[in-house]
Ligand binder design. Structure first.
Ligand code: HEM
Length: 483
């Protein structure tokens, strides 16, 4: 056996005699099928792509750690928050939403902000965005919504008619639309934006007492955005601008960091709060529920390999640890199914065993086999339960805290429909220049819409949020406010 380093081998480890010339009959060929190295090389190349994520396909990732800065163990027993100074390794993936894997970074779009904490009690994924709210609030609308953001089935072009038709018929989107069309719609870099868990989650402490919680990652780099003309130029000149910026910053030791803060709501407040606190189109007032700092996230290491780490990473809102649970949020509930299903399709049934996804804590269960099982598959250990062979046992202390539910099983809408107060408050909070840019951006985005009916319907929503907001958009589009 050769000990020579750097020798090119086949995937089976045998030395390759020639990697530049295929085996042919004479110097002119034809090529012989007996060149198994050539066949293997071509066949493997054909299989290099896995399906891109159906949303959030374009992304950049980095490793780092989370460090606890404040003791919040009275609210959660989650081990990653167990003591001040404790560090937990993590992996983050930032992304745009609608574009394909090769699309431009500097487009107007929400940014995905997905964090995988490798805690000592299993992985915890916080799969959020750079916005605190979302366009819709029931998972059943998600596929339709995303269709409007993707390409037209015939022209294969982006379709503003579909975008604004859907939004104007889904007024719950107004808050997120206002954020998206504001300066924050195009972050300067991935380092210069906040992150949010967006949904309401539940924290449970060691005594089994729960609270509702919302997460906010506050960028220590400060919020900075790109002017639309600069963003458009960058999209043409360097479509990977954000990816490059993140990689280079970390490479030169300029490690980006975020403070993690939470808003805590007592469980019983959910029954009396002025709107449904599980509605992901709303923010909780920070006057009612102030931000409490819990720790700091630092990104200090680039991936060694993009595909192995960033592309194969699988984040799911259902990847939870003791002390952290879900809420009844109808979007979150749908996501609990969607992600695992996407992972089994996109990466495979054993995606959890890949190095980027594998928990750093011990995995002990009775799941076996399946495609591409690359770990020891449990060896000869006991493979069923119940058993009398001393196999791994459930821990009742880690059972989810019970949660009382009531009502009839039915397809029911949310029981409140104020889609206007919070977007209106946001509009009024902006400076005059920010309002002007917001209106200009909306007018620019709505101009290509062919139907006046759609435009007028949407203007009606802006108007209901704030009369001035609606009037200015209408003026920009050369239309008058509908009755
Ligand atoms: C990615 C579905 C709402 C944030 C994905 C993926 C699916 C999906 C199927 C691709 C997963 C993969 O292939 O790995 C849904 C559904 C939703 C929903 C059905 C609503 C019912 C949301 C919301 C947020 C969000 C509200 C943020 C608050 C993300 C992020 C990713 C993602 C950050 C990319 C994760 C990564 O970097 O791998 N979503 N999504 N999604 N989604 Fe959602």
């Amino acid at each position: 056996m050769s000990t020579e380093k750097n020798k090119l081998t086949t995937s089976w480890g045998a030395p390759v005699g020639d990697n530049q010339n295929s085996i042919t009959a004479g110097s002119r060929g034809p090529t012989l099928i007996q060149d198994v190295h050539l066949l293997e090389k071509l066949a493997h190349f054909n299989r290099e792509r896995v399906p891109e994520r159906v949303v959030h396909a374009k992304g950049a990732g980095a490793h780092g750690y989370f460090e606890v800065t404040q003791d919040l163990t009275k609210y959660t027993k989650a081990s990653l928050f167990s003591e001040v100074g404790k560090r937990t390794p993590l992996f983050v993936r930032f992304s745009t939403v609608a574009g394909e894997n090769g699309s431009s970074d500097t487009v107007r779009d929400p940014r995905g902000f997905a964090v995988k904490f490798y805690t000592d009690e299993g992985n915890y994924d916080l799969v959020g965005n750079n916005t605190p709210v979302f366009f819709i609030r029931d998972a059943i609308k998600f596929p339709d919504f995303i269709h409007t953001q993707k390409r037209h089935p015939q022209t294969h072009l982006k379709n503003p008619n579909a975008v604004w038709d859907f939004w104007s018929l889904s007024p719950e989107s107004l808050h997120q639309v206002t954020i998206l069309m504001s300066d924050r719609g195009i972050p300067a870099t991935l380092r210069h934006m906040h992150g949010f868990g967006s949904h309401t989650f539940k924290w449970v402490n060691a005594e089994g007492e729960g609270v509702w919680v919302k997460y906010h990652f506050k960028t220590e780099q400060g919020v900075q955005n790109l002017a639309p003309d600069v963003a458009a130029q960058l999209a043409a000149d360097n479509p990977d601008y954000h990816t490059e910026d993140l990689f280079n910053a970390i490479e030169k030791g300029d490690f980006p960091a975020w403070k993690l803060c939470v808003q805590i709501m007592p469980l019983e407040d959910a029954n009396t709060y002025r709107f449904d606190p599980f509605d992901v189109t709303k923010v909780w007032s920070q006057k009612d529920y102030p931000l409490i700092e819990v720790g700091r996230m630092v990104l200090d290491r680039n991936p060694e390999n993009y595909f192995a780490e960033v592309e194969q990473a699988t984040f799911s809102p259902g990847t939870l640890v003791p002390g952290i649970d879900v809420s009844p949020d109808k979007m979150l509930q749908g996501r609990l199914f969607a992600y695992g299903d996407a992972h089994r399709y996109r990466v495979g049934a054993n995606h959890q065993t890949l190095p980027i996804n594998r928990p750093r804590s011990e995995v002990n269960n009775y799941q076996r086999d399946g495609q591409m099982r690359a770990d020891s598959n449990g060896g000869g250990s006991v493979y069923y339960e119940p058993n009398s062979l001393g196999g791994p046992k459930e821990s009742p202390a880690d059972k989810l805290a019970p949660y009382e539910v009531s009502g009839s099983a039915d397809s029911v809408a949310y029981d409140h429909h104020d889609h206007y107060t919070q977007p209106g408050d946001l509009y009024r909070l902006l400076s005059e220049e920010e309002q002007t840019r917001l209106v200009q951006t909306i007018v620019g985005a709505m101009k290509p819409v062919e139907s006046d009916e759609i435009k007028l319907r949407q203007i009606g929503h802006f108007y209901k949020a704030d009369a001035e907001y609606g009037i200015r958009v209408a003026e920009g589009l050369g239309l008058s406010i509908p009755e």
